[in-house]
Ligand binder design. Structure first.
Ligand code: ISE
Length: 335
């Protein structure tokens, strides 16, 4: 009883998910790889016995070779693909973001709710990271008292070609928006983005680093240093301040080496390695849930709510100061 999974988008994340599904995930196999660049799809599919390649989602669906889909195309292509998949009743693990803006996320949410079943899980993989889960458990247990503040740091070595200043919010800080919502079980009500000193090493048009402050409906303040041109490697840290203690996560380094007058640990090169285990758990839990007819993680509501935070963040980045996040009431379908 293996699920036949089609991976749509054969770029960095798509290819990584194909490799994961082929070698690390139980009760699933890759049956199709789709990319608008058919030779790229074929290049990835070739590594998996039995996987076919297609140049479009429609061609893959017409061939009737998939039970579920991992959507790993760029975010601006998600809405159309999600509407097609929901219409066809195909479960989908959609890489973040759900869609790039709240209006398109709302359209996707409405189509899903109308279909009557939760078909969409959004790929906020940090919720499956061991450190994130431990911190969430500590917050929920109350063992150090009430959570008072979150200090988050998110650093990438450099920005890929085509990365824009808005993508610092929409592509990168979107993870912190989801993390704050995950940790606090409350929605973000305002976002403030400030830009101070800019690195001379940032790509043209990128104002890096940026400082983001959010507040939640439960009053909590969280701040984020986002720095996408940090040069040295990849880091994602969180420090939680409680009434009676501090908890820090993110330094999952396994080896500390002392040699030649220095003591240190390796820095991850990027998110594919840093969150490898989180992606593995995310995909396995999703496959298991799809076998049972459901999802096992962030829903289209989480995709919509974070898209609304991003819209506020980009407005603030453009100089609008503290911008309120306005959400439609949460449909009972997502409660
Ligand atoms: C990228 O799209 C991701 O999702 C990574 O997790 C994040 O660290 C990076 O900043 C984004 O560009």
């Amino acid at each position: 009883d293996e699920l036949r999974v089609g991976v749509v988008g054969a770029g960095r994340m798509g290819a990584d998910h194909v490799e994961r599904l082929a070698h690390h995930i139980l009760r699933a196999r890759v049956s199709a790889v789709v990319d608008i660049d058919l030779s790229r799809a074929a290049g990835v599919a070739r590594k998996v016995p039995g996987a076919e390649s297609f140049a479009s989602l429609e061609e893959m669906l017409a061939a009737d070779t998939v039970d579920a889909v991992v959507l790993a195309t760029p975010g601006f292509l998600h809405e159309e693909a999600l509407l097609t998949l929901v219409e066809a009743g195909v479960p989908v693990l959609c890489e973040k973001p759900l869609t790039p803006d709240p209006d398109s996320s709302l359209r996707v949410m409405k189509a899903e709710a109308a279909s009557g079943s939760q078909l969409i899980q959004v790929g906020f993989m940090r919720r499956f990271d061991a450190g994130y889960r431990q911190l969430k458990r500590i917050i929920d247990s109350g063992e150090y008292g009430k959570l008072l503040m979150l200090h988050l740091q998110h650093r990438n070595p450099s920005t890929p070609p085509g990365f824009t200043n808005e993508m610092i919010i929409n592509d990168s800080v979107v993870h912190e928006f989801d993390a704050v919502r995950f940790f606090t079980d409350s929605e973000i009500t305002s976002v403030h983005v400030r830009i101070g000193r800019v690195s001379s090493l940032a790509a043209a048009g990128i104002q890096d680093p940026q400082h983001v402050t959010v507040q939640t409906s439960s009053g909590l303040l969280a701040d984020v240093e986002i720095f996408c041109s940090a040069q040295f490697g990849y880091q994602v840290y969180a420090q939680a301040t409680f009434e009676r203690g501090l908890v820090k996560i993110g330094d999952g380094a396994e080896l500390e080496i002392t040699s030649e007058g220095r003591k240190g640990t390796a820095v991850d090169p990027g998110f594919v390695t840093r969150f490898r285990h989180a992606y593995d758990i995310e995909v396995q839990d999703w496959i298991d849930a799809v076998h049972q007819g459901g999802i096992a993680g962030p829903s289209a509501w989480d995709g919509y709510a974070t898209a609304a935070c991003c819209a506020a963040g980009v407005a603030s980045q453009r100089g609008e100061g503290i911008v309120d996040v306005k959400l439609v009431p949460r449909p009972s379908f997502y409660s």
